[in-house]
Design a protein around this ligand. Structure first.
Ligand code: UDP
Length: 405
C-alpha cells in the first residue's frame, strides 16, 4: 500500500507536513464526492487516487456515484458536447428527464458535511439542499471556455445555489455570483499508471500488442470520443508517414457515462484495418500498467483534443519525460509551453509537421520531455492538488468570502 510519506522524495518533506497540518483543521468533517462514473475518464482516475490518500491524512472522504440509465447518459453526453461547442439540440422532455433522474438520486443519498459535486451530470442534486450548515461545492472538470448559452442558462440556475465552484483553468471562469476557484487537476506519480516500470515490462506490453519498439511509435491514449479527435490523429499520421517511418497507436476504452464510445471506436477500427502500422487497442478498465508501458515505450505522445478540461494524459506523458504534441485547447496550455515543455498545435497539418520534426530530432524531443517532467513535478502532482482542496474545504467554514479568481 502506498503511504503519504512515500511522496516525500518526490514532492518534499515540507509539502507532506503541510498536508497533515491542513488536514487536522478538518477534523470531524466528512467530504462526500459525487460523480457519474466509477471508471473511465479523468474524474474517476483522480478520485480513485485521492480518496485513500485523504484517508491517510485523517480526512474522511467518501465517493458516491449517481445512477442513471441509457436515456439519462444520452442527455448528459449532449450537455457535455454542447458545453464543448458542438451544435446540439436538447428538448424540454430531455431537460425534464435530467431533473427527474437527479431527483431520484437525491432521494436516495444522505448528504454529508461537504458535498463535492463533480461535473454537470449530478449538478441538480442541489435542489435537495436542505439542512443549514452543510457546504456544497460544484467542481467543473470540463472545458468551459465557450459553453452553449442555452445549456449554460439551464445549468446556471443550479450553479448559483452552491457555496463555491471550482474550475480547472482561468479561461473557464464564468460571470456568476458565486465564488470561483481555480484548481488544476493532477496525476499520482506513484500509481500503477505513472510509477517507474522495468524495461522488461514495457517490452512485454509492446510485444503482446504486436508493436515494434525498434521503429518509432506515436501514441494517443484516450477514451474513444469525438472531442479527442482520433480520426484527426489518423489524418495527421498519414501525412507524417509519407515522410518518416512510424507506427500509430490509438489506445483507450470507454466510460460508463459515455454512450458514444463504441461508435467512434468502430470508425477508428475501420481505419486501422486498412493499415498494419495503425494499432487501435481497446483497453478494459484497470489497464494502468499497459497504459504506463505504452506511454513510456513510445517515441512521441499525442493528445490532439478539440476541447479539453485539463487532459490528464498530457500530464501522464510529460511526467514520463515524453515529447508530447497536444491541441492548444482548454487546460492543455497550462501544461505545455510551446517549444519548451512540449508542442501545441491547432490543426492536422501542424500535428503532422511536428510528428515528423520530433521523430527526426530526438535530442530536441528529449529536451522538451525533460522540461515537461519538471513542469509536472512543480505544478501537477497529487500533493499540490490535495493541498488546494484542503484549503478550499477549510475556507468553507470561515466567515467572509472565498477569494475570487
Ligand atoms: N484512461 C484510461 N483508460 C483508457 C483511456 C484513458 O485509464 O482507456 C485514463 C487516462 O490515462 C487518464 C484519464 O483516463 O488518466 C483520462 O483523463 P483525461 O483528463 O485525459 O480525459 P477525460 O477522459 O477525462 O476527458
Amino acid at each position: 500500500m502506498i503511504r503519504i510519506e512515500d511522496y516525500v522524495p518526490i514532492a518534499g518533506q515540507a509539502v507532506v507536513e503541510e498536508l497533515f497540518l491542513l488536514a487536522e483543521r478538518l477534523s470531524g468533517r466528512v467530504i462526500q464526492n459525487i460523480n457519474s462514473t466509477a471508471v473511465g475518464g479523468g474524474v474517476a482516475e483522480i478520485l480513485s487516487r485521492m480518496i485513500p490518500l485523504l484517508g491517510q491524512l485523517g480526512v474522511k472522504a467518501k465517493w458516491d456515484v449517481i445512477k442513471g440509465d441509457e436515456k439519462f447518459f444520452a442527455v448528459t453526453k449532449k450537455f457535455h458536447n454542447g458545453l464543448h461547442g458542438v451544435p446540439i439540440k436538447i428538448n424540454n422532455e430531455e431537460y425534464e428527464y435530467f431533473l427527474e433522474v437527479n431527483r431520484q438520486n437525491a432521494a436516495d443519498i444522505v448528504f454529508d458535511d461537504i458535498v463535492f459535486v463533480h461535473d454537470p451530470q449530478p449538478i441538480a442534486l442541489i435542489e435537495k439542499r436542505g439542512e443549514v450548515g452543510k457546504r456544497w461545492v460544484w467542481r467543473c472538470h470540463i472545458d468551459f471556455s465557450r459553453p452553449d448559452p442555452k445549456i449554460w442558462k439551464f445549468l446556471s440556475q443550479f450553479v448559483t445555489r452552491y457555496d463555491a465552484t471550482v474550475f480547472s483553468a482561468p479561461a473557464f471562469a464564468q460571470k456568476i455570483p458565486v465564488p470561483q476557484l481555480l484548481i488544476a487537476p493532477s496525476i499520482d506519480p506513484l500509481s500503477d499508471k505513472n510509477k517507474e516500470l522495468p524495461e522488461q515490462t514495457i517490452d512485454s506490453v509492446f510485444e503482446r500488442f504486436g508493436i515494434d519498439r525498434s521503429r518509432p511509435v506515436v501514441t494517443q491514449i484516450s477514451r474513444f470520443d469525438y472531442l479527442k479527435d482520433p480520426l484527426g490523429v489518423i489524418q495527421a499520421y498519414k501525412r507524417a508517414r509519407a515522410h518518416v517511418d512510424m507506427q500509430l497507436v490509438l489506445a483507450g476504452g470507454g466510460a460508463t457515462d459515455d454512450p458514444e464510445g463504441p461508435m467512434i471506436m468502430e470508425r477508428v477500427k475501420e481505419e486501422a484495418e486498412k493499415d498494419r502500422d495503425i494499432f487501435a487497442l481497446f483497453l478494459p478498465p484497470s489497464s494502468d500498467i499497459e497504459i504506463n508501458a505504452l506511454q513510456r515505450g513510445s517515441t512521441v505522445i499525442l493528445q490532439k483534443s478539440l476541447r479539453e478540461g485539463f487532459g490528464l494524459t498530457v500530464a501522464e506523458a510529460l511526467w514520463k519525460a515524453k515529447p508530447t504534441i497536444a491541441g492548444a485547447v482548454g487546460g492543455i496550455p497550462l501544461q505545455i509551453t510551446h517549444k519548451h515543455s512540449g508542442i501545441l498545435t491547432h490543426s492536422i497539418e501542424g500535428t503532422a509537421h511536428w510528428i515528423r520534426q520530433l521523430i527526426s530530432a530526438p535530442e530536441y524531443a528529449a529536451k522538451l520531455g525533460a522540461n515537461g517532467r519538471e513542469h509536472i513535478r512543480n505544478n501537477f502532482l497529487i500533493t499540490r492538488h490535495i493541498k488546494d482542496y484542503l484549503l478550499l474545504f477549510v475556507s468553507l467554514f470561515h466567515d467572509g468570502d472565498i477569494v475570487y479568481l
